[in-house]
Design a protein around this ligand. Structure first.
Ligand code: AMP
Ligand code: ZN
Length: 138
């Protein structure tokens, strides 16, 4: 399935050029056009899925295995000091392109992103924490 209005579908199909560093039948891995750090790349499936919830489990599993392969390769080549794998779902979570993608972000000591890739910690009272716990446990 493709979405004719989706920029990542067009990139996945090769209709819009990209700096593709890896490609197979299911995925394309390309450099992010506006990178957070040197080497920031995106894994995108060739099929259109808006987000994680829409992805079939076998593609989710393959994406994670590919993330590991790419992270290992990129760490070796770029000699980075750490690595973030980030995947946003929904506007509230910072998703701006609604075609599933995983961010592969090589991290370097003092790369200037320490604050941006972290979050504040809530000081939740025990009863609220417990309420959430009761709701969530499967
Ligand atoms: P997100 O905010 O998680 O939806 O991430 C979308 C990412 O896609 C951003 O980091 C953008 O810089 C990146 N992006 C948008 N358009 C392109 C493009 N044409 N080629 C490569 N990366 C892109
Ligand atoms: Zn798409």
């Amino acid at each position: 399935m493709r979405d004719s209005n989706c920029i990542f579908c067009k990139i996945a199909a090769g209709e819009i050029p990209s700096k593709t560093i890896y490609e197979d039948q299911e995925f394309r891995v390309m450099l992010d056009i506006s990178p957070a750090t040197r080497g920031h790349a995106l894994i995108i499936p060739k099929e259109h899925y808006a987000d994680l919830y829409e992805m079939p489990n076998n593609i989710v599993a393959q994406a994670m295995v590919l993330a590991k392969k790419m992270a290992s390769h990129m760490t070796k080549v770029l000699q980075c000091d750490g690595f973030n794998i980030v995947q946003n779902n929904g506007e509230a979570a910072g998703q701006t392109v609604f075609h599933f993608h995983m961010h592969l972000i090589p991290r370097y000591v003092k790369d200037g992103n320490q604050e941006k890739l972290s979050w504040n910690h809530l000081d939740l009272p025990e009863n609220e924490l417990d309420e959430i716990y009761q709701k969530l446990k499967l």
